[in-house]
Design a protein around this ligand. Structure first.
Ligand SMILES: [Zn+2]
Ligand SMILES: [Zn+2]
Length: 258
């Protein structure tokens, strides 16, 4: 069993179609477990390209329900029922903010049986957004805070048994809750949807990302969720004005050892 965590960036882009960047999806691998965070349309194929099969996934965490973060949910359920390659002994868990249950029932209403999860294959659970939560997913402890993006958006911190920790910001503006969640984390996977000077409401610029990382004292940070404008701009300089730790600009299928 590996004694390190690995993060795979399956998609570093947004809702904007791009040959360079698939939509948002990340995967954390540690202790023989695979935890997927968000699933843009096409994420299962992206993960296959990284050598990770659908039935390798143990837990899916949804940060919020924007379509670019949840586009693969229906295909995921559908293929768990009908793919001949799908063979898991334990169900896949899906956790998400309040609203997950109504999303699932809406999906079942729209697609009928095709998209109704079989309880021995997929089990879902809502996480409250009112305060910092902490749940056990042995051997991990997973903490959440409410972020500044949608009424129910969450950021996740995954603490491993050896003390290593990774935070996934999801989509959010700068907020102190994210700073608090990220305190001393080994890796912060941080959205940075807009270049400096072009802030988009509900998202962060490189300098704001740098402020979160610096205030929280994280060891390193990966910037991701890049709208096309980001690829025409210098993201590192404004970020490094605030944060002197390691900053990595995400690309699809990048792997980061924690
Ligand atoms: Zn969003
Ligand atoms: Zn997004």
């Amino acid at each position: 069993m590996a004694d390190y965590m690995e993060v795979v960036i399956a998609g570093s882009g947004t809702c904007v179609p791009s040959l360079r960047r698939a939509g948002p999806c990340q995967l954390l691998r540690a202790c023989g477990c695979n935890i997927m965070v968000d699933s843009a349309a096409g994420s299962l194929r992206q993960l296959l390209r990284a050598g990770i099969r659908q039935d390798d996934i143990d837990l899916i965490l949804y940060t919020h329900f924007h379509p670019d973060h949840t586009g693969e949910l229906v295909p995921f359920i559908f293929s768990s029922k009908y793919s001949p390659a799908f063979s898991r002994k334990r169900p896949i868990l899906i956790w998400g903010p309040e609203g997950l249950a109504s999303l699932m029932s809406g999906v079942a209403q729209a697609w009928g049986d095709w998209a109704e999860p079989e309880p021995d294959k997929i089990v879902f659970e809502e996480i409250p957004v009112s305060m910092m939560t902490s749940q056990q997913f042995p051997p991990f402890v997973i903490k959440t805070v409410h972020t500044k993006h949608t009424p129910h958006s969450l950021a996740y911190r995954i603490n491993g048994p050896d003390g290593k920790s990774v935070v996934f910001s999801g989509d959010t503006e700068y907020c102190e809750e994210l700073v608090e969640l990220s305190m001393g984390a080994d890796l912060l996977v941080q959205e940075c949807a807009a270049p400096e000077g072009k802030m988009i409401q509900g998202h962060m610029t490189p300098s704001q990302a740098g402020r979160v990382a610096s205030k929280a004292g994280v060891h390193k940070m990966v910037l991701t969720h890049f709208y096309p404008d980001c690829d025409k701009s210098d993201l590192l300089t404004p970020c490094r004005r605030h944060f002197d730790g390691m900053v990595i600009l995400a690309e699809d299928l990048m792997r980061i050892i924690v």
